[in-house]
Design a protein around this ligand. Structure first.
Ligand code: ZN
Length: 383
């Protein structure tokens, strides 16, 4: 679906607001129901804002890349909401935008501590979040968004939004920093969807009941499956009208530059690319890093070798002018494409191997496998 098709339906664009970019990736759809409760909304002298809380379980590190990704996702959505609602209004964020809070439980507790309902991960996170931040359901002053660096059990609900509160699990944090098979934009859209629920928006009922197919215009909105196509999706007019009435949707003027949600770190290229020596068992090769995020990860892994990460990147022919084994002087006839290099926690077995494996079977590696992800990655030093 392109912009002109969207405009042909019912989207009105406010000239103050800019639209973002486009990406398409399908995924599962999760929701939370049964958590809604009706409470009076009290008048308040405080400007109502959306608070982005990054919860760090007791056995997790505070990660600057997660903090930055949450901030950029919130800012991207603030622009998108403004554009789509179309009346020069959006939600407001706090300063600082992301509040980092340590919890007293380890990451596994959130998935394992049963509350007796189907939503215990959600409920554990909300209970800790409320206790540590003073949050509450239907808070007249704040919408509470809790990103937690913990993972729900595979068959249990993780993310969801209701009653002025949204929860997003570790999957979403990894998605925002690009460590997912899906686009970063899909995870920004996922936040937008759960924030929509927290603001009181439902799924379109004919989509939830199956009366309409998922391909229907109504079901392709942000509040149904459209978040996977974020930012190329929309609110239904009925939801724009609801948002326009919300105490949390306030006059808003965009400042600063619009940016692409495809990579929330793409705005920080290095002025000078850096070369790093990578050890794999007894062999070595060299990669070129070109973004601040890559550089930060590489330095972090040199200082903290116990944080095992797997380097992964797309293979291309030629040494690109630097790829060799610095100890044996063996030169390699391949390299990793700098734009595609990431340091991930998990990778598929098929791309594991040694630098010499690639050298000895170059056509297979470049054309069939396509990527290299040595499981025994050690980032040795900057060159
Ligand atoms: Zn939903």
């Amino acid at each position: 679906m392109n912009d002109s098709e969207l405009n042909a339906h019912d989207r009105s664009v406010d000239p103050l607001c800019d639209a973002g970019s486009v990406d398409e990736t399908p995924t599962l759809h999760l929701q939370v129901s049964g958590l809604e409760q009706i409470q009076a909304i009290l008048p308040s002298p405080i400007t109502p804002t959306v608070r982005m809380i990054y919860l760090v379980p007791s056995d997790r590190e505070i990660r600057p890349d997660f903090q930055k990704a949450i901030m950029k996702a919130a800012l991207h959505l603030q622009r998108w909401y403004c554009t789509d609602i179309g009346i020069g209004k959006s939600f407001w964020l706090r300063d600082p935008i992301v509040e980092t809070v340590r919890t007293h439980h380890d990451a596994a507790w959130y998935a394992e501590h049963s509350t007796g309902s189907d939503y215990w991960f959600w409920e554990n996170t909300v209970a800790d979040g409320f206790a540590l931040t003073g949050g509450q359901f239907y808070d007249p002053n704040f919408i509470w968004v809790y990103y937690i660096d913990a993972q729900n059990a595979p068959n249990k609900t993780g993310g969801g939004g209701a009653g002025g509160v949204a929860v997003l699990p570790r999957t979403d944090l990894l998605g925002l920093i690009g460590e997912s098979n899906e686009s970063v934009c899909r995870w920004v859209g996922g936040l937008g969807h759960e924030l929509g629920h927290a603001l009181g928006l439902p799924h379109p009922p004919p989509c939830d009941s199956g009366q309409l197919p998922q391909s229907d215009f109504q079901c392709q909105c942000l509040m149904y499956v459209g978040y996977v196509n974020y930012p190329q999706t929309y609110f239904l007019q009925i939801d724009r009208d609801r948002l326009a009435q919300s105490r949390f949707i306030l006059p808003f003027t965009l400042t600063g530059q619009p940016f692409d949600c495809k990579s929330l770190f793409a705005d920080s290229p290095l002025t000078t690319p850096k070369l790093f020596q990578i050890q794999v068992v007894k062999e070595r090769f060299v990669v070129k890093l070109i973004t601040e995020h890559q550089l930060q990860m590489a330095h972090d892994l040199i200082s903290h070798p116990e944080r095992r990460r797997i380097l992964i990147g797309r293979l291309a022919a030629g040494d690109d002018g630097y790829n060799r084994d610095p100890l044996t002087k063996q030169s390699w006839s391949w390299h990793l494409v700098p734009e595609t290099i990431q340091f991930v926690e998990l990778a598929t077995e098929v791309c594991d191997g040694l630098p010499s494996d690639i050298e000895n079977n170059l056509p297979y590696w470049i054309d069939t496998v396509g990527r290299f992800c040595p499981w025994a990655t050690i980032v040795e030093k900057e060159m």
